[in-house]
Every structure is written in C-alpha cells, then in structure tokens.
Design a protein around this ligand. Structure first.
Ligand SMILES: CC(=O)SCCNC(=O)CCNC(=O)[C@H](O)C(C)(C)COP(=O)(O)OP(=O)(O)OC[C@H]1O[C@@H](n2cnc3c(N)ncnc32)[C@H](O)[C@@H]1OP(=O)(O)O
Length: 437
C-alpha cells in the first residue's frame, strides 16, 4: 500500500472545492451547433465567477482543457481569461488528458495550491463535437506547403495537377486511438467480448442511466449546478441536457443494430455515450483562503491517482487500475465510500470495470495485490445516472462528475465519494472527494 499522503498545503490547509458549474450538455449538432468549445468555456467560467461574487482579481490561475483542440486557439485557458470578466493578470494554461482532462486540470490547480504558488484557481474543460478542426488529406497538406514555397505559377500548377479527387476530401478528427487506429467503440466491443458482458446487461445499464438522470432533473437535484445557456441569437435558452431520455424504454434498446462491430457486436448508439458539446468548471482554493473570503466549500479533494494500461487490450479499464491507488492514498477502502461515480464511456466498459473491481484474479495478476477493490454496492453507484445519459463533452466530464458527486454527498449526508474515469491512451483517473466535516 502507498503511504497515505494527505493533500494539504504547507500551512496544513485542505484543498477546498468551493463551487462547480456546467452548461447543459447537448448532443452533437443540436443546441450548440456552431458554438466553439472556447465560447462554451467562457460561458461557464463567467457564470461561475458571477455566482461566486468574488472580485476577479482574487483568481490567481485558470487551468482548462479541450480534447479536440482548435488550431486557432491552442491555449483555451488563456482565451477564457481574456474573453471573460477575469483579470488580465490571471495566469492560464491548458492541459490534455483525453477524457480525464478536467480531472487533470483539478489536480494541477490542487498542486499549485499545495506548493503555495496559487491560492485561488479555476479548473475545468470544454469540448465541442459540432465545431471541429476539419482537416485536409496528407497529400493536399504537403502540396499546399510546397505551393507556398514554389517560385513560379507553372511550378504551382504542376504541383496541383498531381492531386487526385480523393486528395481533396475533408478529413474530420477520428474518435480513435492514434497508436492502434482502433475506435473507442472497437475497444468497448473487445471488452464486452473478453469480459463476457451481454447485450442485455449493457442495455440495462444504459436504461438505468437515462432513468436516473431523468429522475435527477425532475427532482431538482441538478438545477443548482447547471446554468441555463443563452443560445445565439440569444432569443432561446437551453436549460437542461438534451440527450437524456425521459421516456427510456428497455424494449427499444434491443431493437438497435450494433454501431461498431455491425455483424457480431453488442455496442449500440443507446449503450454508448453520444458525441456531445458542453463545458464545466470548478472553483478551488486553500481552506484558509476560503475562510478569508467568506466562502463555504462544497467539499475537499482527499486524494487522486492517475495511471495507465495497455492500448491494444482492455484500454478502457483505467478506473480498475486508478481506484485502488486513490483509495490507498486516501487511507480508505471501497466500503467506506458513500458514493461511487464512474464515467460511462460505454456500458460494456463500465461493467467490465465493475467486474474487475471485484475480481480476485485481476487483483492478483494485474494489480499485484492480495485483495480486490471489492464489489460496488448498486445503491451507491452512479446514483444520478452517468455519461451515457448526460453525454460526454470529453474535457468537461471530470468537472461535471466532481461537482455532481459533492452536491449529492451533501444532499445524502454522506462523507466520501469516488469519481473515476477511463481515457484514451489507456489512461485512468480516480479522485476521492470528502464533504466538509
Ligand atoms: C474514454 C472515453 O470516454 S471513450 C468514449 C469517447 N466517445 C466516443 O467514442 C463516442 C461514442 N459514440 C459514438 O460514436 C456515436 O454516438 C455512435 C456511433 C455510437 C452512434 O452515433 P449515431 O448513430 O449518430 O447515434 P444517434 O443518436 O443517431 O442514434 C442512433 C439511433 O439510436 C437511437 N437511440 C439512441 N439512444 C437510444 C436510447 N437510449 N433508446 C432508444 N433508442 C436510442 C436513436 O434514436 C437513433 O434512432 P434513429 O436512427 O431511429 O433516429
């Protein structure tokens, strides 16, 4: 077991998460069609700041991420500082850890607070699957560079004459692993097959996710943590996530054809997270700075862990690898947690991770530990649904989960919660949160 290292500043302060906010999440090419991620990020950070009532000058740093980056705004964090009411001197940099990007942003701000270089920071992420950097083929890109260097018109014409019609086709970014070429859905299929997860089990988890998320909205549990987004030309507002099915019916799931392995597969549009647009952010500070500013924290960051696994097999098992590390560092066991929130990239991936949490063989062979993490109590698991229902704007998901878990711990009177996600590249993230005591 790793030594328990409390996440505290040199002065002994805990790392407080004072507030969190997100935009409603919207399916690709729906409410936020045409709105770039940077604008979604500005929207959420402006509103978070306004709600905090803080003088923007007290924000020392903003760390933000965007997985599908726009070449014209490579440092989304700084664009957000410059495009909101923040002070021009606020430090800002961008991070990328695929689907765990805002977990990383939170870890970075926490580390700066612990080092004493920052007292108040904002961490978060935004992604748009509707405004994408559509590229050109490698041949066309090379020709354009060469044409730029050519000295005469005839040299240019000669270069362009070599192009074939297919070289002119636009190339959208792929939701696939760079090093293997496998789509995320291909990995979910592989995990469904090797972990013996049936189509029925996947559909049941997805249906549960939609039911619980719909119920969470109906019961008013999310309103406080989700702002209403004003949509250009600013006559309409989006107030709730638009992917959640209010009328989810299990019988409909069985009718869908597999989306990735079309002949033998079980991963469908309904049991996968959809491509989504949205942004989320959290406001963080040291415990004593929060007291100084008269802020009451939602909770504290107790521990975190990042780790990684293979990209060819079981690439989305990050939670099964990262969670035991985060638990050790928190000095806790699974049984002591009041809530477990796991990113649902796909139902197959989520169920495979839950199986591995409980597997003695996985603990022995892969984690080299005598005991498995344990069986997750369904009463504590993704109690408000997960990414299959809410959607997954890659860089925003971590901040959504952290904020949601802290609010839910407080509502239920719980103390400790786990948030955990898999990410491309075989990465895994886990964070243990603690509600004020
Ligand atoms: C670490 C990580 O997070 S990795 C994950 C990263 N993210 C991804 O890889 C994204 C994965 N998802 C995808 O690529 C896409 O959502 C896909 C390919 C699975 C599906 O895309 P699309 O086919 O465009 O989905 P679409 O929303 O149109 O749904 C297809 C059909 O399923 C139906 N459907 C979707 N969800 C449900 C549901 N819950 N219940 C019933 N029907 C449903 C839709 O109504 C639609 O029906 P229609 O064709 O009759 O209109």
């Amino acid at each position: 077991m790793d030594k328990v290292l409390p996440l505290i500043t040199r002065g002994g302060d805990r790392i407080a998460i004072v507030d969190g906010l997100r935009t409603p999440f919207a399916k690709q090419a729906t409410a936020y069609h045409g709105i770039p991620a940077v604008d979604l990020g500005k929207m959420v950070v402006s509103e978070l700041l306004a709600r905090s009532g803080l003088d923007p000058q007290v924000i020392d740093q903003l760390v933000f991420g965007q997985v599908v980056q726009m070449p014209e705004a490579p440092n989304i964090a700084r664009e957000i500082v410059l495009g909101t009411g923040m002070h021009v001197q606020t430090d800002a940099y961008s991070v990328s850890r695929a689907c765990a990007t805002s977990f990383q942003a939170v870890a970075n701000v926490a580390e700066s607070i612990m080092a004493g270089t920052v007292r108040v920071g904002i961490a978060g992420g935004a992604d748009s699957s509707s405004v994408l950097p559509i590229g050109v083929s490698k041949t066309l890109a090379r020709t354009l560079v060469d044409a730029n260097k050519a000295r005469t018109l005839s040299q240019r014409l000669k270069l362009f004459s070599r192009l074939r019609p297919r070289d002119l086709l636009p190339v959208p970014p792929a939701v696939a692993e760079y090093s293997t070429g496998l789509r995320m859905g291909d990995t979910a299929e592989q995990m469904a097959k090797s972990h013996h997860i049936s189509r029925e089990e996947q559909d049941a988890l997805a249906h549960r996710s939609h039911q619980l998320a719909a119920e969470a909205w109906k019961s008013g549990h999310l309103q406080q943590q989700v702002m209403a987004a004003h949509l250009p030309p600013y006559r309409t507002r989006l107030e709730q996530d638009n992917n959640i099915r209010q009328d989810s019916q299990l019988a409909h799931y069985a009718k869908l054809r597999p989306a990735f392995d079309r002949r033998h597969g079980s991963v469908t549009a309904a049991n996968s997270t959809p491509l989504t647009d949205g942004a989320a952010a959290v406001l963080m500070m040291s415990e004593s700075r929060a007291a100084e500013l008269g802020m009451v924290p939602l909770g504290y960051l107790r521990s975190y862990a990042f780790t990684a696994t293979d990209v060819w097999e079981d690439m989305l098992l990050g939670p099964a690898y990262a969670t035991p590390l985060a638990l050790d560092r928190a000095g806790l066991t699974l049984g002591e947690l009041d809530l477990v929130d796991m990113h649902e990239a796909f139902a197959a991936q989520t169920l495979a991770n839950l199986k591995m949490f409980a597997s003695a063989g996985f603990a022995r062979d892969k984690l080299h530990r005598p005991q498995p993490v344990g069986e997750v109590d369904p009463q504590k698991f993704n109690v408000l649904g997960g990414s299959i229902a809410y959607g997954h704007p890659f860089a925003a998901t971590g901040a959504r989960m952290i904020t949601q878990t802290l609010h839910e711990l407080r509502r239920r009177g719980g103390r400790f919660g786990l948030t955990t996600a898999c990410a491309a590249g075989g990465l895994g993230a886990a964070m243990i949160l603690e509600v004020a005591s």
